[in-house]
Every structure is written in structure tokens, then in C-alpha cells.
Design a binder for this molecule. Structure first.
Ligand code: NAD
Length: 487
């Protein structure tokens, strides 16, 4: 049984109230973590403020060196980390292993890129002016993250925040507190000084307390509803906020696409991580001419997927993260079926494995616009397939959503690809690809999918204040635009 403590000012502290973390594959309790309240959060923010005075003065190459060590530490612990991720949130070990490797690569990218990206820009105004920007840390960053990538998502905010000279109070999801605690240990072992990173485990109230505290910025990833709450609760203090929220990405298949490749990509994209991915293809649109063969192939491949405990190497799909998430998904499928959707396969809790929060990979067709699956984010293993006649209809269907995170288009025609990229209302478009990410490319959405960008140079500059310095060279007694205007 794991025993979770809080990392505040470099010390691991116990607390009075605790909560349990479950293994979603079995329903067993894996440990008890601290339920931080206002007191613990206030203490962590105070320590982060104190530590920021020293951390912002360290040379950026020193900060980069420490982050590179953190990247190596992640790899060194890859076996334990991937096992913990799978036990705490359920996904297959193979996927957890990829998350660990990606996280290490990303932390090292931020260490390298930060050095050049934060140098400041020279600005050319006129021969008698020297003008340039300085990038200064924002201060203390409150980082609040979800459970679906419990190592990667925290680090893709922690690393750029730290390289820019900020300090951090991090609140992991209450589904994955123990991965959050490991993040604190990795940072400590890499040599990040006391107070520069603080970890407060807890529930939604802990997150709310962090938003209302004396921080300077919130970096949030999670659902659109929580993002809106955070924005409201930040208004009085005018905290800087970056929001990476939910999505209902369109996956659009034109008749010239390679049908085998596109079926393989769609099934993997939709069911990877048990369908609990922000940029998973949550609404699939197929051109009429190939719809039958696409659906037939998609259903066949879906039926072949192996459901099981993520620790078993044969498993393709693990359990959903919680009973609550599964119940939400069941309601969405029931609503679609009641309104006339066809359940091509799945649509129920499997008879085996018996314990845990499993749900059969499901394919729905006969979709109509008023169904919940077309209007809400479907965060689980359910594929929703509709048919379109031409490009204009595909664009209209894809954009008919409050979300605007990503989209994926499958075609061999580059003109079609370019036209679709310009017309889709979202922050990222993949052509003949799905759910890939690399640290060099910006990540984020529009509409109800959020604001601000993670990753790449854009992601680093989210964590700085831009100061403009304008120096007048030489000395003139006055300027043509100064008083008196009469002359
Ligand atoms: P969630 O919004 O329920 O919770 C996210 C985090 O916010 C948790 O740590 C939670 O404790 C905290 N929280 C909840 N209420 C809060 C409040 N009022 N104030 C402050 N903090 C609060 O989301 P979730 O279920 O953990 O994650 C799934 C969601 O995350 C999906 O919508 C998914 O699309 C989204 N997501 C988006 C991206 C992206 O890059 N856009 C990436 C991953 C996940």
C-alpha cells in the first residue's frame, strides 16, 4: 500500500486528511495520498514565492543543466514509472512506456530550446533608438493537470515554467496522485532546489484553493467545464491563464485515401488509451463512396482488440479510469441508441474481466446531430461514424461543435489537404496522421478547447512576461511631437 506525502519547500510532509487511489483494472486501493486544503496550498505557494527570488537569478544554462538531469532521471526510472502509470490509470504498459520516453525527450527539449528562445529579440525602430525585449518569469505558476497522461502533461508545463525562471506548485489529478508524487521525487533527485517545485495532492477543492491563492499564473489541462470555472475564479486576481481543454476532433476520410491505412489509423487513434485522449478522433466522417467498406473494416478490427489488465502484454485496451467516467459514457451510448443509432459492436460492459472499470470498444453508426455523442466530448472507447457527400458537407459537419482542438484528414490530394486545413476550426490539423505529438510543434485549441499554446517556443513563452526596453541614443533637447503644440 503506497503512502503519499506532500512536497512543500523541499520537505515531504504528512497531513491530517487522506484520500484513496484505486487501480482501475481491479478496483483495489493502491494507496492513500494527502488531501491538501487551503492551509497546505497556502504554505506551498509561500515556499514557491520565497524560492523564486533565488531561482530566477540562476543562470539559464544552470537551469537547463538541472532539467537535462531530470530528463535522464525519468529514463532511469522508466520501468517503475510505466508500471505505476498502468497501475494507477489502467492503460497498457506499452503505451505507458511511450509516455515515459516522450516525457524524457520533452524535458530535454525544453532545456535546450529555452536557452535560445528566451534570449530576447532586437527590434528595429529608427537609427536613434535601441529597442529590444527581455523575457522575465511570471512568478509562481500553479499547474493543475488531468489523469490521462499523468507524467507527460505535468512535465510539459513544469519544464518550460522552470527554464523560464518561475517556481511551481503542482496539483496532480486525484486519480493519479502517486505519479504526481514521483514527479516531485524526480525533480528533487535532479537537483532542483527546495521550494522551486512543490507538489500538493488532493481533489477539485485543492485545485480551486490553488486558483484562489497568491499565485501569478495557472497552467491548466482538463475539461472545458473546469477550464471555464478556473477562468471565472481567476478573474478577480487577473492571473495569467493557459487552458488546454476538451475536444471532439473530426476524422475526415476522403474516397482517395488508402483504406487499409486509414482503418488502422482510425481504430488505433480512437481506442488508444481506452479512448481517453483529448485529440482522439471522437467524430469520424467518411465519404459516401467508401463508407460501407470503411465501416466493415473498422468494425472487424475493433472486434479483434484484446481487452484486459494493462499489465498483461497482450492487452490492447485497459479499463477506463473510473466508474464515474464509465457511467458518463454509458449514458451517451444509451442516448444515441434511443435516438436511432446502430450499435455495430460493443455497447456494454464486458463479462470478462469481471472487476475493474472496463467497457467494450464500441462502434456507432446511423448518427444524427442531436445525439449527445455529437455534442459532448466522448471520453472513452466509443467510435462514432457518419457519412458525407462532398467536401463542403465534410467541413460543415466537422465545424459543427463547440470544440476546436484538432482534426485529422485522410486524402492523397494535397489541394484537398490544404483547403481542409484552412477551413477547419481548430488549433491542429494532421494530414494522413493521427494523435502524434513532438515537442517542437505547438499544441492547443480554439473555441471551447482552450487558449494559449503548449510545447515548442510558443509553449515556453507562455511562461514569461515580455518587457520592452526602448533606449533613445544621443541627446536632442526636444521632440517634434512634444509641447508646445503652437510652434
Ligand atoms: P477535470 O477538468 O475533471 O480535472 C482536471 C484537473 O482539474 C484535476 O486535477 C482536478 O482535480 C482539477 N479541478 C477540478 N475542478 C477544479 C476547479 N474548480 N478548480 C481548479 N481545479 C479543478 O478533467 P479530467 O477528467 O481530469 O481530464 C479529462 C479532460 O482533460 C478531458 O476533457 C480531456 O479532453 C482534457 N484534456 C485536454 C488536453 C489538451 O491538451 N487539450 C490534454 C489532456 C486532457
Amino acid at each position: 500500500m503506497l503512502d503519499g506525502k506532500l512536497l512543500i519547500g523541499g520537505k515531504w510532509e504528512t497531513c491530517e486528511k487522506m484520500f484513496e487511489s484505486f487501480n482501475p483494472a481491479t478496483g483495489d486501493v493502491i494507496g492513500r495520498a494527502c488531501l491538501s486544503g487551503i492551509e497546505e496550498v497556502t504554505e506551498a505557494v509561500k515556499e514557491a514565492k520565497l524560492a523564486q527570488k533565488g531561482w530566477k537569478k540562476t543562470d539559464i544554462s544552470e537551469r537547463a543543466k538541472i532539467l537535462t538531469i531530470a530528463g535522464d532521471e525519468i529514463l532511469k526510472r522508466s520501468h517503475d514509472l510505466k508500471t505505476l502509470i498502468t497501475i494507477e490509470m489502467g492503460r497498457p504498459l506499452f503505451e505507458s512506456d511511450i509516455e515515459v520516453r516522450k516525457t524524457s525527450e520533452m524535458v530535454k527539449y525544453f532545456a535546450d530550446e529555452g536557452k535560445t528562445c528566451l534570449e530576447g529579440d532586437a527590434i528595429s525602430i529608427s537609427p536613434d533608438k535601441s529597442s529590444f525585449t527581455i523575457f522575465e518569469p511570471v512568478g509562481v505558476v500553479g499547474i493543475i493537470k488531468p489523469w490521462n497522461y499523468p507524467l507527460l502533461l505535468p512535465f510539459w508545463a513544469i519544464a518550460p515554467a522552470l527554464i523560464a525562471g518561475n517556481t511551481v506548485v503542482f496539483k496532480p489529478s486525484d486519480m493519479t496522485p502517486f505519479v504526481g508524487i514521483e514527479i516531485g521525487k524526480i525533480c528533487q533527485d535532479a537537483g532542483i532546489p527546495d521550494g522551486v517545485i512543490n507538489v500538493v495532492t488532493g481533489d477539485d477543492f485543492t485545485g480551486k484553493s490553488l486558483v484562489s491563492s497568491d499565485i501569478d499564473m495557472i497552467s491548466f489541462t482538463g475539461s472545458s467545464d473546469t477550464g471555464k470555472n478556473i477562468m471565472k475564479n481567476s478573474a478577480d486576481k487577473l492571473h495569467r491563464i493557459s487552458l488546454e481543454l476538451g475536444g471532439s476532433d473530426a476524422f475526415i476520410v476522403f474516397k482517395d485515401a488508402d483504406i487499409e491505412e486509414v482503418i488502422n489509423g482510425a481504430v488505433w487513434g480512437r481506442f488508444m488509451n481506452c479512448g481517453q485522449v483529448c485529440v482522439s478522433p471522437k467524430r469520424i466522417f467518411v465519404e459516401d463512396d467508401i463508407a460501407d467498406s470503411f465501416i466493415k473494416g473498422f468494425v472487424k478490427k475493433t472486434r479483434d482488440l484484446v481487452i484486459g489488465n494493462g499489465l498483461d502484454s497482450r492487452t490492447d485496451i485497459g479499463p477506463m479510469v473510473s466508474m464515474e467516467q464509465r457511467e458518463k459514457l454509458e449514458l451517451q451510448v444509451e442516448d444515441a441508441a434511443r435516438k436511432g443509432a446502430m450499435i455495430e459492436c460493443g455497447g456494454k460492459i464486458p463479462s470478462s474481466p469481471q472487476n475493474g472499470f472496463y467497457y467494450e470498444p464500441t462502434v456507432l453508426t446511423g448518427i444524427t446531430p442531436e445525439m449527445k455523442v455529437m455534442n459532448e466530448e466522448v471520453f472513452g472507447p466509443v467510435a462514432v461514424i457518419s457519412v458525407f457527400d462532398d467536401m463542403d458537407e465534410a467541413i460543415a459537419l466537422a465545424n459543427r461543435t463547440i470544440y476546436g482542438l484538432g482534426a485529422s484528414v485522410w486524402t492523397k490530394n494535397l489541394d484537398t489537404a490544404m483547403h481542409m486545413s484552412s477551413q477547419l476550426e481548430c488549433g491542429m490539423v494532421w494530414i494522413n496522421e493521427i494523435c502524434t505529438l513532438n515537442p517542437q510543434s505547438p499544441w492547443g485549441g480554439i473555441k471551447h478547447s482552450g487558449m494559449g499554446r503548449d510545447l515548442a517556443r510558443y509553449g515556453i513563452r507562455e511562461f514569461v512576461n515580455v518587457k520592452h526596453v526602448n533606449i533613445k541614443l544621443g541627446s536632442d533637447k526636444t521632440r517634434p511631437w512634444w509641447f508646445p503644440y503652437g510652434k
